[in-house]
Design a protein around this ligand. Structure first.
Ligand code: GLY
Length: 552
């Protein structure tokens, strides 16, 4: 019977796809900042495609949202080229410098030294974003970099009006910036207030150099020398060779299927695609529509508990460790995991084989784009924590990431029980840290959804919920605005946004053995673009948390 239903669904999907409009009626861009969205539209209006617009949005975010992402950080760009259906994942993730060692963040007592992973010169990986922008423009764009980066250069040089979010987040991060002598985001030596104009002339010069000369202007020559000098003066280990040898990697996206939909998502070094697809694979063995609210949350928590454990166990930079992607995302593996789920009772995470992961993160940004030809971009980029390492090498305007904090300092649990598992994400020279960033496309009978969000380890559960909502027929505003729940194996709790779990639901989950934790604040900042086939309409949906100044 089930096979018959699946076959029927496939027929319906294929028929619907055949009737699908060939082109969206208009372009759409959803990003975390109106000035970045405007930069993207300006470049589309100048004759650019979605990939040029992605360069414009990304570069503009570096200027107007520098606490989330920028030239000193990295990102992932998931692309779909309409002309030939080419799908590619452009990995512009930071890398550890070549002088990095596996125990560089372990103190003399053998304990993780997270302070040095979190801020200052050792926390910063070699940035990938500038190379990513050049790669996008030269490989997939139609316009010169100078055109697609022009709005960002103007915003840096002429300045822009600081909004409430910028003012609030800079105020909150002022001590970090002050500790590292970073004043580029201040006016008259203090965090700016909303409505004040902030100019970033050093950043303008760096952006102009990249626009004029491409990657070599950042990774070699004067800017590279300034970056290395600044890092080394602050006690870091970067060399000119680290920058000169940085490379973007083109990867094949992960592809999965769920209820007649095709999911295109992030491969390693992101853990996002593996966890997303493995979770959907587990869910596909249940009749989701027939489950009540408590059963749905229980099933999600039990699925995430298992798929996040796999994440900690197996995922690392594929250039350094063999990640069993095919096995982890195979229906057979989901069947095994599903078989261990008791729908009446929570499985304590401690009863699963242990791993140690540290996946919290508080910044990052995501944008989604579709152009009138149907080219698509889902891009998530980051400096990791708010304002990254807090360090800005003199004369560059570039605040450096603290992506080294996405590695684990030491394999094993806090009591010293070492496990091969967590070694997959130990520091190594030239290695990329595991990420949770999950830029994703969903294709199906309803149309196309382009999804992603910041939010550290919660990114993957947010994208899972958004995928379920899209597939279930929720309107775009409902998808980005919905109340969120999360489980990530360890800590063994279902965390939830205020209001996401009613008293009745909480009682039902507690009775099943779950521990619940109200996060006390909303989180995430999802920017989704959708293209619905029935009325051939596109929509750019931005997360209401952005306006509400939620500190994701
Ligand atoms: N730095 C956040 C992430 O890559 O998941």
């Amino acid at each position: 019977m089930r096979n018959l239903l699946v076959a029927l669904l496939l027929v319906i999907t294929t028929a619907a796809a055949a009737d699908a409009p060939r082109r969206p009626p208009e372009a759409a861009i959803a990003s975390a900042h109106p000035l970045a969205t405007a930069a993207g539209h300006a470049v589309l209006n100048a004759g650019g495609n979605a990939f040029d617009a992605a360069v414009a949005v990304s570069a503009a975010l570096s200027v107007v949202e520098p606490y989330s992402s920028g030239l000193g950080g990295g990102g992932f760009f998931l692309l779909h080229r309409a002309a030939d259906g080419h799908e590619v994942f452009v990995d512009a993730r930071e890398r550890a410098p070549f002088a990095a060692t596996h125990d560089m963040f372990v103190d003399e007592h053998g304990e993780p030294d997270t302070a040095r992973m979190r801020e200052g010169a050792l926390a910063a990986g070699i940035p990938g974003l500038p190379a990513g922008l050049v790669h996008l423009a030269t490989r997939y764009g139609e316009l010169p970099l100078a055109t697609s980066m022009a709005p960002a250069i103007r915003l840096a040089r002429e300045g822009f009006e600081v909004d409430r979010r910028f003012a609030l987040l800079t105020e909150r991060t002022a001590p970090l910036l002050q500790r590292h002598g970073t004043t580029a985001f201040f006016i008259d030596g203090r965090p700016p207030q909303a409505g004040e104009r902030l100019r970033q002339s050093d950043l303008a010069v760096t952006l102009e150099a990249v626009a004029a000369d491409g990657a070599r202007s950042f990774y070699r020559g004067e800017i590279a020398a300034r970056l290395v000098d600044g890092v080394r003066e602050a006690g870091g280990i970067w060399t000119l060779d680290d920058l000169a040898r940085y490379e973007v990697v083109e990867r094949r996206p992960l592809i999965g299927h769920y209820r007649g939909h095709r999911i295109v998502t992030a491969p390693p070094p992101s853990s996002g695609g593996i966890v997303l697809l493995a979770t959907l694979n587990i869910l596909s063995g249940f009749d989701w529509d027939a489950l009540d609210g408590a059963a749905r949350v229980h099933l999600l928590a039990e699925s995430w508990r298992r798929t996040y454990r796999d994440r900690g166990q197996y995922v690392g930079d594929p250039a350094f460790v063999e990640v069993p992607v095919a096995q982890l995302t195979a229906p057979a593996h989901a069947r095994v995991l599903r078989g261990t789920i008791d729908m009446a009772r929570a499985t304590p995470s401690a009863s699963l084989p242990p791993v140690t992961t540290r996946t919290e993160s508080t910044s990052t940004t995501h944008f989604s784009i579709i152009d009138v030809d149907g080219n698509r971009v889902a891009a998530t980029q980051t400096v990791n924590f708010r304002y990254g390492a807090g360090l800005m090498p003199a004369g560059t305007g570039v605040v450096l990431n603290n992506e080294m904090f996405d590695f684990v300092a030491r394999a094993g649990t806090p009591d010293g029980f070492e496990l091969v598992s967590a070694e997959a994400n130990l520091v190594a020279p030239g290695k990329r840290p595991v990420s949770s960033m999950t830029p994703t496309f969903i294709d199906g009978p309803r149309g196309v959804a382009i999804l992603g969000t910041p939010g550290g380890s919660r990114i993957i559960t947010m994208v899972t919920l958004a995928a379920l909502d899209w597939i279930g027929g929720t309107a775009p505003a409902g998808i980005v605005g919905r109340a969120r729940i999360h489980h990530q194996y360890m800590p063994d709790v279902i965390s939830y946004e205020p209001g996401a779990i009613s008293d009745e639901l909480a009682a039902a989950l507690t009775a099943r053995g779950h521990t619940l934790r109200d996060t006390g604040r909303r989180y995430g900042n999802m920017n989704a673009v959708t293209w619905e086939f029935e009325d051939n309409a596109v929509n750019a949906a931005t997360d209401p948390r952005n306006e509400a100044l939620v500190d994701f």
